[in-house]
Write a protein that binds this ligand. Structure first.
Ligand code: ADP
Ligand code: MG
Ligand code: MG
Length: 255
């Protein structure tokens, strides 16, 4: 078992108006095999948490820690984080002109494993994973995310997840912009990684819809840069009924 531990994390960003604190003391422990949902209103800092775990240079960690099996993640480069077993699916995936999906996947796999995958099994694995995610074979030769629809980008991310086999995946609004069919296909891919690979998952979402397909054991509600409430799946059900109003009222009352 591996453990990703976030302790009292404070993160700020530099804006034109000066330094803006975003995360105000976030603590969260995820073990492999566990699925945690982070839910919360827009602007509560969910993507900031994801980007900080991934090592995005824009975000400054003021205090607190992130460790993976005791190793200091904050001291690792983005590449080292990937090799240590962290995978981030971004809310807005980037296009990589001039790099085909096939080359991208093989380069990433080689970088993460420290050796090139055996060509015959690799090609078979890629084809099988693409078929399961209903990605047309010709996508293999297309440039990464270039001209992909929102749903195609998300499926491509889950393809990476299935082939790279990380210990932990941070999925930031993987459900956004997906129709129900695409949502099912993407969720099945995540569930395969959880069930077959013991993936630890941090599922970041504004809406409860994806939680019908990927079942979290733990739900954390993010409000104004910290965790306002934690619970089990029943908390997601309650949010589906009641929304976030309750928390925002509490927030403005103390502001
Ligand atoms: P969420 O993902 O929950 O919607 P974000 O982490 O994207 O929240 O944003 C949290 C807060 O930080 C928001 O107030 C947002 O405007 C601000 N923020 C995030 N990134 C930037 C940025 N690059 N520049 C300015 N403000 C930012
Ligand atoms: Mg947002
Ligand atoms: Mg976000």
């Amino acid at each position: 078992m591996s453990t990703l531990e976030i302790k009292d994390l404070h993160v700020s960003i530099e804006t034109e108006q000066g330094v803006k604190p975003i995360l105000k003391g976030v603590s969260l422990t995820i073990n492999t095999g566990e699925t945690h949902a982070i839910m919360g209103p827009n602007g509560s800092g969910k993507s900031t948490l994801a980007a900080t775990i991934a090592g995005h240079p824009r975000y400054t960690v003021d205090s607190g820690s992130i460790t993976l099996d005791g190793e200091n993640v904050l001291e690792m480069t983005v590449d080292q984080r990937a090799r240590a077993g962290l995978f981030l699916a971004m809310q807005y995936p980037v296009e990589i002109p001039g790099v085909t999906m096939t080359n991208f996947l093989r380069t990433a796999k080689t970088a993460i494993d420290g050796e090139a995958p055996k060509l015959r099994t690799w090609t078979k694995d890629v084809k099988a994973a693409m078929a399961q995610l209903r990605i047309e074979p010709e996508f293999a030769e297309r440039n990464v995310n270039e001209g992909f629809s929102g749903g195609e980008k998300k499926r491509h991310e889950i393809l990476q997840l299935e082939l790279l086999k990380p210990k932990f995946a941070i999925l930031d609004e993987t459900d956004s912009g997906l129709d129900v069919d695409a949502l099912k296909v993407v969720s099945e891919g995540v569930n395969r990684s959880i069930e077959d690979g013991g993936l630890g998952t941090l599922l970041i979402t504004h809406y409860t819809r994806i939680l019908r397909y990927i079942k979290p054991q733990f739900v954390h509600v993010f409000v104004d840069g910290s965790i306002a409430e934690q619970g089990g799946p029943e908390l997601a059900d309650r949010l589906e009924d009641e929304g976030y109003d309750r928390y925002q009222v509490a927030e403005s009352a103390t502001a």
